[in-house]
Design a protein. Sequence first.
Lengths: 745, 332
Amino acid sequence: MTTHAKTPVDPAPSVPVGGAVGRPVDRRDGHAKVTGAARFSAEHHYPDLTYATMVHATIARGTITAIDTAAAVAVPGVVAVLTHLNAPRIRPVRKGNIVRDLGPSVSGTEVNYLNTDQVFWDGQPIAVVVAQTSVAANEAAPLVTVTYREQQARVDFAAEQHNATPAKGDLTFAGTKKKGDAEAALATAQVSVDLRYTTPGLQHNTIEPHATIAVWSGDHLTVHDTTQSTDASHKYLAWRFGVPAAQVRVRAEFVGGAFGGKFAVWPGTVIAAMAAKAVGRPVRLALSRKAVSRAAGGRTASTNRIALGATRDGRLTALIQDSITHVGSVGGLLEATSSPARHLYGAKNMLTRQNLVEMDLLPNTWLRAPGEAIGSFVLESAMDELAYELAMDPIDLRMRNEPATDPTSGKKFSQRMLREAFEAGAERFGWADRNPSPRSMRDGEWLVGMGAATAYHPVLRLVADVKVRLSNDGTALVQCGFHEMGMAAATVQAQIAADALGIAYEKVRVEYGDSDLPPGPMAGNSNQTATVATSVLAACAELTRKVTALARKTGTTGQEPAATLRAAHTPFLEASVGSTSRLGSLRSQGRFLATFLKDQRWSKAARGAQFCEVRVNADTGELRISRWLGMFDVGHIINPKTAASQLRGSIVMGIGMAMSEQTLVDPRNGRTMSAGLDSYYLPVHADIPPIDVAWLNEPDKSMPLGIIGLGEVGMTGVAAAIANAVYHATGRRIRDLPISLDKTL
Amino acid sequence: MKTFNYLRATDVDVALQRIAVEPGARFLGGGTNLVDLMREGIEAPETLIDITRLPLDGIEELPDGGLRIGALVRNSDLAAHPVVRGRYPFLSQAILLGATGQIRNMATVGGNLLQRTRCLYFYDEASACNKREPGAGCAAREGFNRGNAVLGTSDACVATHPSDMAVALAAIDAVVEVRSSRGTRHIPLTEFHLLPGTTPHLESQLESDELITAVELPPLPVAAHSYYRKVRDRASYAFALVSVAAALDFGADGRIADVRLALGGVATKPWRARTAEQLLLGAAASEDSFATAAAAELAAAVPLPGNAFKIDLACRTVVAVLRRLTTERSGS
Ligand SMILES: Cc1cc2nc3c(=O)[nH]c(=O)nc-3n(C[C@H](O)[C@H](O)[C@H](O)COP(=O)(O)OP(=O)(O)OC[C@H]3O[C@@H](n4cnc5c(N)ncnc54)[C@H](O)[C@@H]3O)c2cc1C
């Protein structure tokens, strides 16, 4: 029997037929979430369920020479303690091909968990306790004692940077991009800045920590997992446990935030499945917040040189960005920090280079707007600095360098309304009231400043298989294994399907979050809405053709679709995009390439103008943000309510990055000292001002329904806008995040 | 967390007899600190004696104008008490700037005084900490020490005392009443907590079989003109980097006639700033005299790379608070 996430159907239609798209419809999952009815991954019940807690290494690199589990095993209720000496064997990570199956990128690390005596980072899980209760598992885990032979470890980013080497890059992002001779142009520029910016590592702290329930039934595996990629994850688990993919089901109906941290498969998922296999009972492995920061990656730290050269009237002649970021020795990804620099301004000569240094740390991973969050801080702070060198308004400087075509690729923009966003934003925010001199505005003991920055995030579209069924009772069912991490994915696809089928929004049911459904895309890179919409629209169009033909046959043209079906004595009609057969999956790869190549004809992105007002205490340096406006160019908005929440939430995350968030890795031994919310400072409500968000609502004509994904763009430019406002308030440039009060004193 | 016995005391004497015979037992107040430490494996008592039902939750006005606060009064109730708000406003402010509403509803006065440091290395079992394990060494000295102390530190320990409430109590010259089966003692709050020296695991004068029963506030007219300022890494829900509890009064000549000053976030115990007080007493209320007094108090500070900024920050915050109190006085 299969059950899928169901979204409640409101009996009283309130959305007019044909008018769902563009309406601020409430989130379908909202009621279930606020009433506690929504089941998250750790909340499924199985008879005989056991509870697991991982034991983490406390050295950064070395070999386990002994591991004593006797005291842990002796704790009443403990069922098993698994280490590399007795855990089930698993297959090593498969190196894959990004087009074929996302391959190794879905693996958080390459480690063969509990199958090796090697330690690759401080925090690596090296044992797991399985018990009758979570209390017993938590009591026993610290009793496992481990002896190591330690090796020299590379854990100090500042000290390792000289070992960085140029990054290769991949299909979507080149390691180095060059145009003209940027260094020469910089040397002869009339006005220039040459600066260094750093950003610290950042941790994932979603409201729902990572958790897995793994259940084996023979050689069939069901996994409830906190994942934003059910399809990739079920294939990955099938490979590692050596069973056919059809025998692995990954479910994630509700995910309590993901932001990239639940895309890759992290050790907890694999170890839960290993443990369940070993004890022959279902296992729940719910990570504590500490465990998340030790065993699921976050954002890399970065060091960036940025240099800008310009003519005296503000035309960029040189743009150089050289970034160093890190990866782990057992995984990690290139954080594309020069992405904004490559696409935002029309500089004649450009050089952007990514350099990587390998370290003995937990591999880094995606974290909302990977690349652009850091890159926009670097570029947009430097633009502000250049504007002051030129004695120009920083927005004018940006507008003077608006390119006609993509400055790196030379491609046409499918849509670019940055100028309009800045104009509308400046007006709405009251930018003209700003006295441009630093330290010129004051309110009692508070120095006041205003700052602006450009937001930028590129568009990516993947493929989704979708099945849509229209029934003669007037309802429709959309099935697609996409992901609902709280952004209203199901709500928005129901709106799209309702209008495409010409039926009421409330009549559309959506099933998602399950690898047994037609495979959806991973939810990342702000791709999901447009990717799924492409297939939903195609399936609905096919259905509509079928209904139209049937209507002609039955003489019901002009009536509602259900009437046609009833007249034809047809209980339902279905249309699908893609299929899970071998041929079907080859076809969907073909579809991916076709879409990808088509999208490649253009330079496509979400953009926006961020504005903020800050206050810095003249005595203590405390920073408060008093006002925010984000004015976005993000295509056609399907649901203004949920879009606003996404943009606002992103801005909140940007504020955290700017003001207080910071992974503390002890440079002496590589231990994460910010492994909890007591030491990793997320912003609290009192740090967040009223946030005004608005958009131009101009469709991107190259995209289905004119949609541009907007899940990440709101985070970009935020840190720069704040740093620029802090400069305006205090006359101090803060080039190292976070902007803590000791830096503004 | 290690398995433990739990029992609930309803009578002070019974609680005292029990702890006298069971040295591995600990009193449980609101549990907001102790239970966290047990979860982290830093404390592992054999038995918890829940004292929250003991009849020590009253606030009484004393005939001399002072106040007697039961050890089990919840932080929220103390902060909201009209006499506290009227006569000792900085005590109320200090409490309200600590933790969150939920935690303050649970936390008790006795537990607040005995809450343990937030030093990152104290909280991390894999790191060396002399407080957790005497003789193990101190990882904080050369590690992340932004939150650590600059005053009252020793080679063995640089851990900050985290309480906000206790900083205001130090300025008030509060007295802690403690009882054991051996009798009752009264300990001035400024002497209640110990400097770390070579024994950082010993944090207060309280013996392991003693129960805090009350905190007494003397009558203190200057406290009616007081202010608590807390400076931290975000706007709320964070421990202090620097906090200042100050009370100020002027004579007819406009000079400072009475002053109380205590610092939090910078010291290994709630820090009464007596050096600064002495310099301020009788001085003119000016930025200069405030700055001179603050600098004199901080002259003994020993900075670490990660917390050196606190010396300047503490001085600036003292000046800002005294300026504010002066302006308020001349305005009223
Ligand atoms: C997330 C968080 C944030 C916080 N932020 C702040 C902050 O900003 N500022 C601040 O000042 N505090 C802060 N706190 C600490 C909080 O104030 C303390 O946890 C609280 O005051 C402790 O009181 P309790 O009654 O819960 O103590 P418990 O946890 O019950 O006990 C603490 C200790 O005191 C002992 N004890 C308790 N009562 C007695 C008694 N009557 N006699 C003898 N021994 C006793 C216990 O045995 C234990 O050793 C924070 C706490 C948390 C969890």
